[in-house]
Design a binder for this molecule. Structure first.
Ligand code: MG
Length: 356
């Protein structure tokens, strides 16, 4: 399956577009190298067609500009002022950047286009499976014992891969503790770009000896020379997340040898269309790829799960069950079963998030 094999969809100009804000409490805080999230600031786009069909998109932007430059209030402003008016007028928005805002609107309108074509997202993109392999990301914990207990609960849930968030000062000791407790567990780490090249001789070299499935974004997003050095020197595959904002970025990174795996997040790359270009390139080049998440509600999960069913999504994604983050999701709950898989399905009815 390649991008060229997907049927063109009819263009649909929405009759009405609504931007919805709200907030969902997380069942527990999520701590990474770039900060602590205690709630999900929800930003949704609802597009309504002239025929009354409804499509939803979710913006991946977090509360602060710590993961990438985008953040939820900025994304909302760009949507309201530029992206939505252009969509209602049926013209290109001409907006540079702001991929997460763009992806939210793209997803809402894409659902109208899919409905007009009488198909679903999974079918249209070329899904090859109806259940997808799920991994889970585990944040920085208050102690190694707390971390091991948290991982134990996820292992019991059946997750096929565990990814530990690491940062300077929280790396070798906690990762070694998890590795020694579960010697066979597919285990990765994600540094969110928090190390420097000099750490290749220290923390990163020590992590390299722990039998990890991958080390995600060890160095800054734009340090492709450093990442190429890391990919050469580390036996563990280097996975790129923040470094890849487009298929062109992936082509550059591969030409430089700057990464071995790709974490593909549709929000980070501007939506499903660019995500498919990246997927197709990775598949063509034989680059292992998995689908990432951003504290997603069920609205975004419907998109990430459909992409995880693509033939090039060869590794378990960050696709946690609804209850990993939320007491009550905005859609029917997304569940994983004992074999660590989740069903591919549309979002179904969307509940409005609590406002603030
Ligand atoms: Mg990451």
């Amino acid at each position: 399956m390649t991008g060229g094999a997907r049927a063109p969809l009819p263009e649909v100009t929405p009759a009405h577009v609504q931007v919805v804000r709200g907030r969902l409490a997380l069942v527990r805080p999520f701590v990474t190298a770039h900060g602590t999230e205690t709630s999900k600031e929800v930003l949704l786009v609802r597009a309504v067609g002239a025929d009354g069909a409804e499509g939803w998109g979710e913006c991946a932007a977090l509360a602060t500009p710590g993961y990438t430059a985008e953040w939820v209030d900025g994304a909302e402003a760009v949507l309201r002022r530029f992206l939505v008016p252009a969509a209602l007028a049926g013209r290109p928005a001409g907006v540079v950047g702001h991929p997460m805002a763009s992806a939210a609107l793209e997803a809402a309108v894409l659902h109208l286009r899919l409905a007009a074509a009488g198909t679903t997202l999974a079918t249209w993109v070329g899904a090859v499976r109806d259940r997808v392999a799920c991994g889970v990301a585990v944040g920085v914990a208050s102690s190694v014992d707390v971390l091991v207990a948290e991982v134990a609960a996820f292992v019991d849930d059946g997750y096929q891969r565990v990814k530990l968030k690491v940062r300077p000062g929280w790396d070798v000791e906690p990762v070694r503790a998890v590795r020694s407790t579960w010697p066979e567990l597919p285990l990765g780490v994600d540094a969110n770009g928090s190390y420097r090249r000099s750490d290749l001789d220290r923390a990163l070299a020590e992590l390299d000896g722990l039998g990890l499935a991958e080390i995600e974004q060890p160095l800054a997003a734009d340090d492709l020379v450093g990442l190429a050095d890391a990919a050469r020197r580390l036996a563990t595959p280097v996975c790129l997340d923040e470094s890849i904002a487009s298929a062109a970025d992936l082509e550059t990174a591969l030409a430089m040898g700057a990464g071995d795996h790709v974490n593909l997040k549709p929000g980070r790359v501007g939506g499903v269309a660019e995500a498919l270009r990246i997927h197709d390139l990775a598949l063509e080049r034989g680059v292992p790829l998995w689908i990432g998440g951003m504290l997603d509600t069920g609205v975004a999960k419907a998109v990430t799960v459909a992409l995880a069913a693509l033939p090039g999504a060869t590794l378990p994604g960050d696709l946690p069950a609804s209850r990993r983050w939320f007491a009550e999701d905005l859609t029917d709950p997304w569940e994983i079963v004992a074999d660590g898989t989740m069903a591919v399905r549309p979002p179904g009815r969307v509940r409005l998030p609590p406002t603030f």
